[in-house]
Design a protein around this ligand. Structure first.
Ligand code: ZN
Length: 396
């Protein structure tokens, strides 16, 4: 019996010793373990927000205050780890049981002002058709966020193939949803023929009088094949519906005469304008446009009793009249395409800017047009339709 008690005592002592050593070696892990089992609630971080408190962009954020309370550990505010970046402050704390809580706040920047966009280059840009539009971008600066140019969104296309008014819009937002937008106006203009003559040097204006006629359609197809634009000085023929076709295909349509009767036309200024207005109305009906271009039947060198007055008067009324400096000779009753070609090419070789007279009522004259175009292109000429600024080749 006595021996048994002794052995039991030794066993208890050894177990106790092992337990004590274990506790010493492992810290109070058992205690910890127990806490862990009991404390499953994460601590709560409460942020203080001061009214009307803002931070300027270049200033350090001044902490408004916070606290951390744990149901088991009590006030653990001093254990909160605070970090921040430019936009936010991050708060993190763990209680002894390892329950973690994270909260964050946005730094209350005093940003009530929109960014300012400044365009690089002019706010109004003018360029000619086919010239390149160079996007010069813009700079955006915000009082709080600094340079935010990289965030500018640019919208709006400029079609430099087509004359017109275009808008390019630059928009940007700062970090706090304040917006700004700026517009650049881009005007794409057609060059005037006066400018083109100056730049190109060698120009041919093909002009066809007295039509439309039975061969006009064929001529239009030929001009399309070579992408050549010409000018039609039209009359009141049985084919007036083709005026619309001429216009729609990009040619210039101009006034020749309603009646093409010299005796009636040049009797008086009133008689001339009566005829002109009738023809102008027909063209307007076909094209929707009032042309200011005209050619006097016979040219401005005939009817000396009225022409000096008439030519001045039409110009005063805003018209431009065109004569020609290259005649195809197709006014004759008969002729050949070869003859027309020879006269036109010889004539054009004499000047840089040429206004060529032909009639689309003469088939044999039109048969020369393809070769005239080929010759012109090979010799560095550009074919253009007349406009109000073109060289008018006045005879008087
Ligand atoms: Zn004529």
């Amino acid at each position: 019996m006595k021996k048994g008690i002794k052995i039991f005592g030794i066993v208890v002592a050894v177990v106790l010793a092992v337990l004590i050593v274990h506790q010493l070696l492992n810290g109070w892990s058992i205690v910890h373990h127990i806490i862990k089992l009991v404390d499953t609630q994460a601590p709560v971080i409460t942020l203080v927000t001061k009214e009307d408190y803002y931070t300027k962009y270049d200033e350090e954020y001044q902490e408004e205050g916070f606290s951390a309370i744990d149901d088991f550990d009590g006030d653990i505010t001093d254990k909160v780890v605070v970090t921040k970046d430019k936009e936010k402050v991050y708060y993190k704390v763990s209680d002894r049981a390892g329950n973690e809580t994270k909260v964050e706040r946005e730094i209350p920047y005093d940003d009530r002002t929109s960014p300012v966009i400044t365009l690089n280059g002019d706010s109004k840009v003018e360029l000619y058709v086919d010239e390149e539009y160079i996007e010069r971008d813009a700079v955006a600066v915000d009082d709080i966020d600094g340079d935010i140019s990289h965030r500018i969104v640019i919208e709006g296309d400029v079609d430099t193939q087509k004359a017109g008014s275009y808008q390019v819009v630059y928009q940007v937002k700062d970090n706090h949803e304040n917006e700004a937008s700026v517009v650049r106006d881009v005007l794409v203009k057609e060059k005037t023929n006066a400018q083109r003559e100056e730049e190109l040097g060698k120009v041919i204006y093909l002009t066809f009088d007295d039509g439309p006629g039975p061969y006009t359609n064929e001529l239009l197809d030929l001009l399309d094949r070579y992408q050549v634009k010409a000018t039609f000085f039209v009359c009141n023929t049985a084919y007036v519906d083709l005026i619309k076709e001429e216009y729609d295909r990009g040619h210039s349509v101009a006034i020749h005469a309603y009646a093409h009767d010299y005796e009636k036309l040049y009797k008086s200024l009133d008689a001339y304008y009566e005829d002109l207005n009738k023809m102008s109305d027909i063209i307007y009906k076909q094209t929707g446009e009032r042309t200011k271009l005209l050619r006097f039947p016979g040219g401005s060198s005939i009817r000396k009793e009225i022409m000096p007055t008439l030519t001045k008067d039409v110009m005063d009324k805003g018209y431009q009249y065109f004569d020609w400096n290259v005649s195809s000779g197709d006014g004759a009753a008969e002729g050949t395409a070869e003859g027309v070609l020879a006269r036109v090419t010889e004539g054009c070789a004499l000047h840089d800017v040429n206004v060529v007279l032909q009639h689309d009522s003469k088939k044999w004259s039109l048969d020369a047009v393809e070769d005239i175009i080929k010759w012109g292109l090979e010799n560095g000429y550009t074919f253009l339709p007349l406009d109000e600024t073109s060289y008018p080749a006045h005879h008087i």
